[in-house]
Design a protein around this ligand. Structure first.
Ligand code: SAH
Ligand code: F3S
Length: 487
């Protein structure tokens, strides 16, 4: 059977999509190759968020094709994911040896298309069309039998797309409209994972606070097995709670409406055997009190929040079309910390948005000092085709962006170091995930507040909740001493 090598660029959704494609191909008999040099099929799962990410994937594909054509005639090359979606056929025009361009709503067709290409029935396949129900297709997992051993943690995709249209962001165009899976589908998938040994689940979406708020679920027939995944509206959040009957005698009951996302959290929380729940990414605009309260109420929901802020300046937030103010963001952080003391909080920030003045940037610096993020991912603004921000006046010169980025990085790192150092001497409860990727002699796990802990463990620790004493810190890493690992 053919072998496939998949390389992933970008975010956790991309990782999840790649894993689902790999699982789909393994189920059809493919093997997973260790590198592009020994694979029959090479797939690059791409990211479009910044130009840099696109260029890296384009350069990689050119070199893979160059080598493959010399050394492995018949090797198949494909792009999938966000850049495949946004550039489509243009990619084949640019790289004529490219065989496959698979858009973000077409991952489930990978096996079918590769069959055609490997059999020589077709030369180039470009499929970037929208497909109703595609949000329900990312559900296969590769948990066991891989070199990694049994997985303790898993990602579950709960929705696709984003309707927020932040003016700098290409995601609404590459991932399409918001489409949510039903609670029932998601819980079924989570239950299966837990039955296979998974103890921590991260719920994924571009904007999970909008989960279930858009169109009702569309029927979907799985192309591979014809299995009916869900009927229209079946198990969908809005239908879970029967509307209260009007009574002539009693005043109407004032029920506190919980957002569909919190209803989903509750449903996942009820799964026996599941220890920890995480999710990414929420949006401050849809961050209701019910979600804050969920942190106080649901013990499996870990004390960690990734909440992208993007800028500390109200003027810039408005230009970005973010839909909240600095004060509102700070209020959410304050409420979260009150609900769960010791909560780990991380964020995303864009540096050098068009028109960002020194004063605006100072506001971002001061917001970081005020919030004291455990870590923040800093992105140098990158002009994306057809986004409103690309046409805005006062695009910031690269050197200025570089300078601001360096200053912000220094601030964020200094705060992060202080926060990490504060763990020295503390006992933390980690969920052990397995050997560290960088050094397999070490084992790795995470604290509830999402900090990576390395310690000298062994296979018997995998999947365990362990109390570990922190002895020292590295760059955004904690080290636990094996001598004082509690059992
Ligand atoms: N809501 C999504 C965001 C996806 S993009 C999520 O976090 O799940 C991830 C991050 O990339 C954004 O939060 C933003 O900080 C950054 N980003 C998006 N578009 C960008 C651009 N044009 N230039 C620089 N950074 C960008
Ligand atoms: Fe992008 Fe804003 Fe959505 S950053 S993914 S458009 S919330």
């Amino acid at each position: 059977m053919p072998s496939v090598y998949i390389k992933t660029y970008g975010c956790q959704m991309n990782e999840r999509d790649s894993e689902a494609v790999a699982a789909q191909l393994v189920a059809k008999g493919y093997t997973l190759a260790a590198s592009e040099h020994v694979a029959d099929v090479v797939l690059l799962n791409t990211c479009s968020v910044r130009d840099n990410a696109e260029q890296t994937a384009l350069n990689k594909m050119s070199s893979v094709i160059g080598l493959g054509r010399k050394e492995r005639p018949g090797q198949i090359f494909g792009f999938m994911g966000c850049m495949a979606q946004s550039r489509g056929k243009e990619l084949v025009d640019r790289l004529p040896d490219l065989d496959l361009v698979l858009g973000t709503q077409k991952f489930h067709r990978a096996a079918e298309y590769l069959d055609e290409l490997l059999a020589g029935r077709r030369k180039h396949i470009v499929d970037t069309a929208a497909e109703t129900g595609s949000e329900g297709t990312i559900r296969e997992h590769l948990l066991n039998g891989s070199a990694k051993g049994k997985s303790v943690t898993a990602f579950v995709s709960i929705m696709q797309g984003c309707n927020q249209y932040c003016t700098f962001c290409i995601v609404p165009y590459t991932r399409g409209e918001e489409r949510s899976r039903s609670i029932e589908d998601i819980v079924t998938e989570c239950r299966k994972l837990v039955a296979q040994g998974v103890r921590e689940i991260t719920l994924l979406g571009q904007i999970v606070t909008s989960y279930g708020r858009r169109r009702p679920l569309t029927p979907f027939l799985s192309p591979s097995d014809g299995e009916r995944v869900s009927k229209p509206g079946e198990g969908f959040v809005q239908n879970l709670v029967a509307p209260p009957l009007p009574s002539p005698f009693l005043p109407p009951r004032k029920e506190k409406e919980e957002s569909p996302f919190v209803q989903l959290l509750e449903a996942v929380h009820a799964i026996d055997g599941l220890e920890r729940i995480r999710f990414t990414s929420p949006h401050p605009k849809g961050y209701g009190d019910d979600l804050v309260e969920a942190y106080a109420r649901l013990p499996k929901l870990v004390a960690s929040a990734h909440l992208p802020v993007q800028s500390g300046s109200d003027r810039v937030l408005k230009l970005m079309h973010r839909g909240y103010t600095r004060a509102r963001f700070l209020q959410i952080i304050h409420k979260l910390r009150a609900a769960r003391p010791g909560m780990g909080i991380t964020s995303d920030i864009v540096v050098g948005f068009p028109g960002e003045t020194e004063a605006d940037f100072e506001e971002t610096l001061s917001l970081c000092r005020e919030v004291e993020f455990d870590n923040a991912y800093l992105f140098k603004y990158s002009q994306r085709k057809d986004t409103p921000a690309a046409a805005m006046p006062d695009q910031i010169p690269e050197e200025l962006i570089e300078g601001r980025h360096a200053r912000l990085l220094e601030t964020v790192n200094a705060i992060g170091k202080r926060k990490y150092d504060a763990f020295i001497g503390q006992l933390v409860r980690i969920l052990v995930e397995g050997p560290s990727k960088k050094n397999s002699a070490r084992f790795t796990g995470r604290t509830p507040c999402n900090k990576i802990v390395l310690f000298d463990g062994s296979e018997r620790h995998r999947g365990q909740l362990l109390d570990v004493k922190i002895t020292r810190t590295g760059s955004f890493t904690l080290y636990g001493d094996p001598a004082i690992v509690g059992l």
